[in-house]
Design a protein around this ligand. Structure first.
Ligand code: RIB
Ligand code: CA
Length: 346
C-alpha cells in the first residue's frame, strides 16, 4: 500500500534529493508538490520542481506555487548554499509542464479534505504555506494522517543564527502557527520533527555519488573530488546522475567552505524517508515552541522535554538513527531509479 504524500518544498539541492528519493521509493505516492520561498524565490522553486519531474518522467504530479514571502518578515534566500537557481551547478532544461492553477494552500486543503486521515504532509522548507493553509482549513491537523517537518535545532547549533535553523528562521511566525495548530493531536499522530541535531549527522559522501552512478550504469565514473576545480561539471551519460552530481557538487563545495567537510547534509531526504519509513529513527516527545521576540534568538525552536511549561508534548523529535542505513538505501534506490528512467527513455 503506497503512502500518499503532499510535499511543500523550497528546492534547494537537498529538497531535490528528497524528491529523487521519494520518486525512487515504492512506498511513496506523491500527490502534489507545493512551493514556498526559502532557499530561492518561490517561482524558482516551482520551476525547479517542474523541471525535476520532467527529468524523472513524473510530470503528472501537480506543482503549485505558494507564498512568495514569509508571513511578516522580509524574505531571506540562500543562493550561496543552493546556487543562483537553487539547483547548484545543475542546468535543467526549461520545463514545458504548466504550473497548477491552484494555489498551494488550496492544494493542501483540497487534498486533505478529499482523503481524510490518509495523506502525510511533508514540509522541507519554511512553514509559510502550511500556516496559510491552516487559515482556509483549520481542521488540517485532524485531516492529515501525519505531518513531517524538516526544521528546527534542538540543544544543537543553528545554521542561520547561532541557535536557529533555516526553515524556521525564514518564517518563525509561520512555524509558531503550525506548531501551535498541530498541538491538538493524540500522541500517535504528533508531528515528526527532524532538526539539525539529527540531519547534520547524515552526510552524503562523494563516494556515494560515485556509487549512485555505478548502479545507474552511467559512464564515465562519477568523481566529486575537492581537488577538482570549483564548478567542474559532470559528463555522466545518465541524465539524473549528471544533474544530481552537478547539484550536489555546488552544495558540498559550500559545505566545505563552512568547515563541515566535503559532503552534503541530507536534511530533506532524511525527513522524506521518515514520512514513509518512520522506523529509521528513534524519537523523543517534547513540547516545542518558537521564539519570536528574542533579539538574539528569534526563530529558535525551544523544546520542553520536562514539562516546565505545563503543556502537553506536541511533537516527536527524531533524536537518533543509523546514518549509513539510510544513506546506503538512498544510494541504492536513487541509482536504480536513475537507471530505470534512462532505460525507459531510450
Ligand atoms: O536547514 C536546512 C533546511 O533549510 C533544508 O530544508 C534546506 O533545504 C533549507 O531549506
Ligand atoms: Ca529545503
Amino acid at each position: 500500500m503506497k503512502q500518499a504524500i503532499i510535499m511543500d518544498v523550497d528546492t534547494g539541492v537537498d529538497d531535490a534529493l528528497a524528491l529523487f528519493y521519494l520518486l525512487a521509493s515504492p512506498e511513496a505516492e506523491i500527490l502534489a508538490i507545493t512551493c514556498t520561498a526559502g532557499n530561492v524565490p518561490a517561482h524558482h522553486v516551482a520551476r525547479n520542481n517542474l523541471a525535476l519531474l520532467e527529468l524523472c518522467g513524473a510530470s503528472h504530479i501537480e506543482v503549485a506555487l505558494g507564498s512568495e514571502v514569509p508571513l511578516l518578515q522580509p524574505l531571506e534566500t540562500s543562493e550561496v548554499t543552493h546556487g543562483p537557481q537553487g539547483m547548484g551547478y545543475a542546468e535543467l532544461p526549461e520545463p514545458t509542464t504548466p504550473l497548477s492553477t491552484r494555489h498551494a494552500t488550496e492544494v493542501w486543503a483540497d487534498i486533505a479534505r478529499s482523503r481524510p486521515g490518509e495523506v502525510i504532509g511533508l514540509v522541507t522548507g519554511p512553514l509559510t504555506n502550511l500556516a496559510l493553509a491552516l487559515r482556509i482549513e483549520p481542521d488540517l491537523p485532524l485531516l492529515l494522517k501525519r505531518l513531517v517537518i524538516m526544521g528546527g535545532s534542538f540543544n544543537y547549533i543553528g545554521n542561520t543564527t547561532p541557535t536557529s535553523e533555516w526553515n524556521i528562521a525564514v518564517d518563525p511566525d509561520a512555524a509558531k502557527i503550525v506548531f501551535d495548530a498541530f498541538s491538538v493531536l493524540p500522541p500517535e499522530r504528533r508531528p515528526i520533527v527532524c532538526g539539525l541535531d539529527i540531519t547534520e549527522q547524515i552526510d552524503l559522501l562523494p563516494e556515494d555519488v560515485t556509487r549512485i552512478a555505478e548502479i545507474a550504469e552511467s559512464s564515465p565514473a562519477e568523481l566529486l573530488l575537492p581537488e577538482q576545480p570549483r564548478g567542474t561539471r559532470s559528463t555522466a551519460s545518465n541524465d539524473i546522475v549528471r544533474h544530481l552530481s552537478d547539484a550536489v557538487r555546488f552544495y558540498v563545495e559550500n559545505q566545505q567552505v563552512n568547515g563541515d567537510g566535503y559532503s552534503a547534509h541530507m536534511h530533506d531526504p532524511f525527513a522524506a524517508a521518515l514520512a514513509i519509513r518512520p522506523e529509521l529513527a528513534e524519537y523523543r516527545s517534547a513540547t516545542v515552541d518558537v521564539e519570536l521576540a528574542g533579539s538574539l534568538t528569534r526563530g529558535t525552536t525551544v523544546a520542553d522535554f520536562r514539562g516546565h511549561w505545563g503543556r502537553e508534548h506536541n511533537v516527536d523529535i527524531a533524536t537518533a538513527t543509523h546514518p549509513r542505513v539510510f544513506l546506503d538505501e538512498f544510494v541504492e534506490r536513487v541509482g536504480r531509479f536513475a537507471r530505470e528512467i534512462q532505460g525507459a527513455s531510450v
